[in-house]
Design a protein around this ligand. Structure first.
Ligand SMILES: [Zn+2]
Length: 345
């Protein structure tokens, strides 16, 4: 593959060097922080903020968190900044659903380039502020979510051959997202919460195409999610099979996020660390949601479990997914400090 002969970006060399010195810290959840702001429909539209969305749509936008990088950029920058000051070396852009496929629910397909470029710029602004405060270099990871459709499985039980999306649809949509993220200054591309490896492969392909246009390779982080007790992704793969399906990306990290919390993640993470020769990244949810759908695992509890990953030598990058807060990230950063990063084979 031609892409593999491209030179690596300067940030790639820098983050890889840093990851050999210590375990790197990724940020925590964006959704819970946004929820706490209690934003109204008018707030989502940016009315009165001086940042009203110029993309026309008649769909309600409340709940379209990704839109806030355009309409409430100060609020999103502040969340990124808080995570950076809590100890995050890498923060994820607020662009999890910023593809034409996922934005179709909100009628904002035309906004995806702007959403991604602005998402990266807002995160970069927060990281520049954090670096100016404490002198530590920070990295922006462009978050690429799984979309709300799956290329491997039929959503219709009566028509198993049906697909709601094709590889080429996904490749095109991811291509727009990735180009926006890179244009906005993302240092890393993070393909995350992968439940369908075929979707992820389309995202990897889109990254390769964007790298070829740019003439250099950015670091790619690949993160699957395992939601059932049998230890497989939704598209039916074990962690080992998942690794072999994405190894051609030569990622900076491969790992797991979200799902059932840190303790349930541990055996799958160990399996992945046993087969993948690259760095390993883990960012679990704050345990399991309670009866009200809220996460109540305390920072100390989450951090103690993530520290076990580090003690066992399984991880190079750690952070938090759903339900984690800046306090969780601060506790995780503190808890893994005594342990060296996993040695790469
Ligand atoms: Zn999650």
């Amino acid at each position: 593959m031609l892409t593999q002969t491209l030179p690596r970006s300067a940030a790639f060399a820098a983050i890889e060097a840093l990851s050999r010195q210590r375990i790197l810290i990724l940020d925590g959840a964006m959704g819970t922080q946004i929820q706490q702001l209690g934003l109204s429909e008018d707030d989502f539209l940016g009315h009165g903020s001086g940042c009203a969305c110029r993309h026309a749509t008649d769909h309600p936008q409340k709940g379209n968190n990704d839109l806030l990088v355009l309409t409430q950029p100060q609020a999103i920058e502040e969340i990124h900044f808080r995570y950076a000051m809590a100890g995050a070396d890498i923060v994820e852009t607020n662009t999890f659903s910023a593809t034409t496929i996922a934005q179709a629910d909100y009628g904002l397909e035309s906004a995806v380039f702007d959403l991604n470029a602005a998402g990266a710029r807002v995160a970069r602004a927060a990281m520049d502020r954090a670096e100016a405060t404490d002198g530590r270099r920070r990295f922006v990871a462009g978050a690429v979510g799984p979309t709300n459709r799956t290329a491997s499985l039929s959503p219709d039980v009566n028509d198993p051959g049906f697909r709601a999306v094709t590889f080429d649809d996904l490749r095109t949509a991811y291509g727009q997202q990735v180009r926006g993220l890179i244009a906005g200054g993302a240092d890393i591309l993070l393909i995350e919460t992968i439940f369908d490896t075929l979707n992820a492969k389309a995202a990897i392909f889109a990254c390769f195409e964007a790298f070829a246009e740019r003439g250099e390779r950015l670091p790619v982080m690949i993160s699957g999610t395992i939601t059932d007790a049998s230890g497989r992704t939704l598209s039916g793969q074990t962690p080992t099979a998942f690794w072999h399906s994405v190894a051609h990306a030569r990622p900076f990290t491969v790992g797991l996020n979200c799902a059932l919390g840190a303790s349930a993640m541990r055996p799958h993470l160990a399996e992945l660390a046993g087969v993948a020769p690259c760095a390993i990244c883990a960012y679990p949810n704050a345990g399991l949601p309670n009866a009200f759908g809220q996460y109540d695992e305390t920072p100390d509890r989450t951090a103690a479990q993530v520290a076990e990953f580090a003690r066992e030598g399984l991880v190079n990058v750690v952070g938090g997914c759903c339900g984690t807060t800046p306090d969780h990230i601060r506790a995780i950063a503190e808890a893994v400090k005594p342990f060296p990063p996993r040695a790469l084979p």
